[in-house]
Design a protein around this ligand. Structure first.
Ligand SMILES: Nc1nc2c(c(=O)[nH]1)N[C@H]1C(S)=C(S)[C@@H](COP(=O)(O)OP(=O)(O)OC[C@H]3O[C@@H](n4cnc5c(=O)[nH]c(N)nc54)[C@H](O)[C@@H]3O)O[C@H]1N2
Ligand SMILES: Nc1nc2c(c(=O)[nH]1)N[C@H]1C(S)=C(S)[C@@H](COP(=O)(O)OP(=O)(O)OC[C@H]3O[C@@H](n4cnc5c(=O)[nH]c(N)nc54)[C@H](O)[C@@H]3O)O[C@H]1N2
Ligand SMILES: [Mo]
Length: 646
């Protein structure tokens, strides 16, 4: 027993909850992950995918040697780190000299939200600057929308919604993506707060909603406009709104372009349902908790703007229990001033990564460095992303596992998991910051991203900034917090409430916009105001409790992926049939699973299926950007089901 210890750390995986963890280690091996009871949000429990992280941590599939492909047709062969660093250094210096540093692309996504990853970005900035991504497939549209409306994209304290009379969950599956909201929502309900869920997909969050509507996908703006019109008609708008909102009259006119009943029809709701929503909205402080799903649609930014505008005209911005909450600023407490986010000489739009790599000229992208990301599985148009990465002169992928993306590389570098990392995190679902500690040593042959950049910086003559270990960098990252009286010692004692975050956002009703007022949306694209001519099945591949994005155990990726549909959507087929799912882009084999609680215009898959197993929904989706913010349009692809090809 004396070799069993427990250590504290925090989870930097891409998730709003950013949990505090207690890890049990037996003889240097991680045997258990539990929630930290002292973390105010984690409250001692964690999700299934992180409880099961021991399997990933101790997996025999983990990479422990750099793997090099000597020619495009060759197989990978294991090489030493020294050899790998030599090859990388020679290539990077040569491409920079021959074609300029913009011929190198670095790309990372949500493998880890650790703040130390910005030091890696800075390595490429110092070396180059090189080409980087632009836009954000995760939250780009919503962020852009709130920047336009409020000049900031942040939230009141998550616990403030205990002061709400009504909580509107606009497309949010808290049982998958924010499980620590569940006890808070239950507590609020026990206190008399009503929880409303608006979601075209039927899921477990219906079980804790007092009122649920299942509108047409992508129609939330019509709901917001209908509620707003009802509020104007019933004198339920804030009488002081012109003091702090611009475009009030134009917004009001926009809501009056349709009756409440007609707005309801656009959303495929009854007038009664929309009126019930409006009455609940008007019943007291109402907090809009906006999920991330609804902005990953063609008009995603405008959709969030209508929800913001509704919150504004009803007087819910800047009050306790109100708010229009989409995101929590997770990085701002840390000092990232060493790097210049606009330094890159060229940017590639994230949702179009594959096609833009292929079409880049003067100079072409000769080399790609992909880390903390699996873009072949996770970005739209997997086929083109894979082709683009396979055809570069030199593609490096850094990952603990041989992912779909790593399979396209010339050189794969094995890296640490978060249980071996030294880092800091913020959260995009609450205001607590935490330290990520290496609770075990990595397997022999595995280096962290930071150690990789550190060694490269030595070889490339830019070690002045980089030849510092992670703890020195962490001290640097804390300098802003130090100014507010928060030190590393506070992190060592437990999580830290971001001292810069307010309990009630915009309490002074001053906004960071050009006029200092809220900028109400006052125009909508015609697609957002009409009833679609035909009913089409649209493909949505959504987060699942079983996995973090594409980080599935290999044994789950065998056989056809499951596609969930309403039986009447596919009358010629039976539950369990293996069929072909076709979109304009591609087709894959799937097994149908019937669910009569779903709408007849959606077909659902689990997010993150592997391309190499023929299970990637993203192979079926085209690269396209949202109206603003360059988010990916993930859930608007028409799809058809047909007999399996023989
Ligand atoms: N277990 C697990 N947890 C995860 C992840 C994971 O892969 N697995 N992913 C993480 C990531 S990357 C993120 S960004 C976060 C958030 O990850 P998301 O999965 O984006 O979280 P949600 O905010 O629940 O948004 C999804 C919800 O949006 C709904 N939705 C889709 N379209 C519409 C629409 O048109 N209108 C409305 N009203 N609703 C719509 C879907 O039905 C679903 O309930 O979660 C993280 N947490
Ligand atoms: N169809 C569809 N596609 C989607 C979505 C959807 O809802 N539907 N959701 C989108 C969203 S919201 C997001 S955020 C993206 C997520 O897209 P990604 O972030 O690309 O998703 P992951 O599959 O988690 O890939 C992260 C990889 O990083 C590796 N990794 C983990 N830690 C580290 C580390 O410290 N260093 C390095 N070098 N690697 C590490 C992991 O092993 C994993 O292979 O996917 C998007 N794709
Ligand atoms: Mo995300």
């Amino acid at each position: 027993m004396q070799n069993v210890t427990q250590k504290k750390t925090a989870c930097p995986r891409d998730c709003p909850d950013a949990c505090g963890l207690i890890v049990t280690i037996d003889n240097g091996r991680v045997v258990r992950l539990q929630g930290d009871p002292d973390h105010p949000i984690t409250q001692g429990f964690i999700c299934g995918r992180t409880t099961r992280y021991t399997e990933r941590q101790n997996s025999s599939e983990r990479l422990t040697r750099p793997l090099l492909r000597r020619s495009k047709s060759a197989n990978f062969e294991a090489i030493s780190w020294d050899n790998a660093f030599d090859v990388i250094t020679e290539r990077m210096l040569r491409y920079r000299q021959e074609s300029g540093a913009e011929s190198i692309l670095q790309y990372r996504c949500g493998g880890s939200l650790g703040i130390m990853k910005h030091v890696g970005d800075y390595f490429f900035e110092r070396f180059g600057p090189v080409t980087v991504k632009r836009g954000d497939v995760c939250a780009g549209a919503g962020n852009a929308a709130q920047q336009m409306d409020f000049g900031d994209c942040d939230s009141s304290d998550v616990l403030d919604f205990q002061n709400s009379k009504t909580i509107f969950l606009w497309g949010k599956n808290v049982f998958v993506s924010s499980i620590h909201l569940i006890p808070e929502l239950k507590a609020a309900r026990a206190n008399g707060t009503n929880v409303v869920l608006i979601d075209p997909i039927h899921h477990q969050t219906t079980s804790i909603a007092d009122y649920y509507v299942q509108p047409r996908p992508g129609s939330d703006s019509a709901i917001a406009m209908g509620i707003a019109r009802w509020l104007f008609e019933n004198n339920a708008v804030d009488t002081t709104i012109t003091d702090y909102c611009d475009n009030v009259e134009k917004f009001r006119e926009l809501t009056y372009t349709k009756t409440v009943e007609d707005w309801a029809s656009v959303a495929d709701l009854s007038a009664g349902e929309l009126t019930t929503l409006a009455r609940m909205y008007a019943s007291g402080p109402t907090c809009s908790m906006i999920g991330w799903g609804l902005q990953r649609r063609r008009h995603g930014a405008a959709t969030i703007r209508t929800i913001d505008a509704l919150a504004a005209v009803s007087g819910n911005i800047g009050i306790s229990g109100g708010g229009s909450s989409f995101y929590f600023v997770r990085r701002d407490a840390f000092d990232l001033s060493f790097s210049d986010p606009d330094a890159a000489p060229r940017t590639i739009t994230e949702p179009m990564l594959g096609s833009e790599i292929l079409s880049a000229i003067e100079p072409p992208i000769r080399m790609a460095w992909i880390w903390a990301a699996n873009p072949v599985a996770m970005l739209p148009d997997s086929v083109t992303v894979a082709k683009a990465l396979r055809t570069r002169e030199f593609t490096v992928v850094v990952d603990p596992f041989l992912t779909d993306t790593a399979r396209c590389a010339d050189l794969v570098l094995p890296t640490t998991t978060f249980l071996e990392e030294d880092d800091l995190i913020g959260s995009y679902g609450h205001h607590y910051l935490a330290e990520v500690n290496p609770v075990v040593v990595p397997p022999e042959g595995v280096l962290s991203d930071h150690e990789i950049f550190r060694e490269l910086s030595r070889r490339m003559g830019i070690s002045d900034d980089f030849d510092l270990n992670a703890s020195v960098w962490k001290q640097r990252l804390l300098s802003k917090l130090n100014g507010a009286g928060v030190t590393m010692n506070d992190f060592r004692k437990g999580s830290v409430r971001n001292p810069f975050a307010s309990n009630v956002l915009f309490a002074d009703r001053k906004f960071n916009t050009s006029t200092g007022n809220i900028n109400l949306i006052h125009e909508l694209h015609s697609d957002m105001t009409k009833i679609p001519m035909e009913r089409q099945l649209k493909l949505s591949a959504l987060s699942t409790g079983k996995s973090q994005a594409s980080q599935w155990p290999a044994e789950t990726q065998i056989g056809p992926a499951i596609a969930v549909v309403h039986p009447l959507s596919v009358p010629d087929f039976s539950d369990g049939d293996e069929v072909t799912l076709t979109t304009e882009r591609a087709h894959i084999q799937v097994r149908l699973h019937f669910d009569d609680r779903q709408r007849q215009d959606v077909i659902l898959m689990e997010k993150g299926g592997w391309y190499s197993s023929g299970r990637s929904a993203n192979a079926l989706i085209a690269g396209e950007v949202t109206d603003d913010g360059e988010c990916a349009v993930y859930y608007d692809t028409p799809a058809a089901v047909s007999q399996s090809f023989p």
